[in-house]
Ligand binder design. Structure first.
Ligand code: HEC
Length: 122
């Protein structure tokens, strides 16, 4: 009676557990807030998860693939705008093109979205 089902099941289980954070995306709860104590220029995993949740709810119906592809709105990865300009665009929108989000997102969320968009590699 060789115990091979166990030997097969274990690596599968380990892979599943390890890949969960990568696949979680917008659907899952964001991981508990990790304090980015070290000066992190990039977006932390927790911030990216939160940004993607906001993106899915607010931006995804016009901007494709979390900013990576064009849809009704342009691709956001590699934008020529500065982080500040991106914040202003999110806050005030562009009449006739994109709604203003200052009533739906607070300053901290707008700053997070700008930081997230600027972190996207085209
Ligand atoms: C109703 C559709 C719509 C929604 C929703 C929307 N956008 Fe846009 N967005 C656009 C369009 C259209 C443009 C291009 C406007 C133009 O021609 O300058 C744009 C442009 C932008 C730009 C400027 C890109 C560049 O390089 O010029 C940024 C940044 C941006 N959107 C971010 C966001 C974010 C973040 C959200 C969610 C909070 C969002 N947008 C939601 C339609 C939308």
């Amino acid at each position: 009676m060789p115990p091979f089902p166990v030997r097969l099941a274990l690596p599968v289980l380990v892979c599943a557990v390890l890949s969960v954070p990568c696949l979680a995306g917008a659907a899952e709860n964001p991981p508990p807030e990790q304090k980015a104590a070290a000066a992190a220029p990039a977006v932390s995993a927790a911030e990216a998860a939160e940004a993607k949740q906001i993106f899915a709810a607010q931006c995804g119906w016009c901007h494709g693939s979390y900013g990576m592809t064009a849809d009704k709105g342009p691709k956001l990865a590699g934008t020529a705008m500065t982080e500040q300009e991106v914040e202003e665009r999110i806050r005030h929108g562009k009449p006739g093109y994109m709604p203003a989000f200052h009533r739906f997102l607070n300053d901290q969320q707008i700053a997070l979205m700008a930081k997230y968009i600027k972190s996207l590699k085209p």
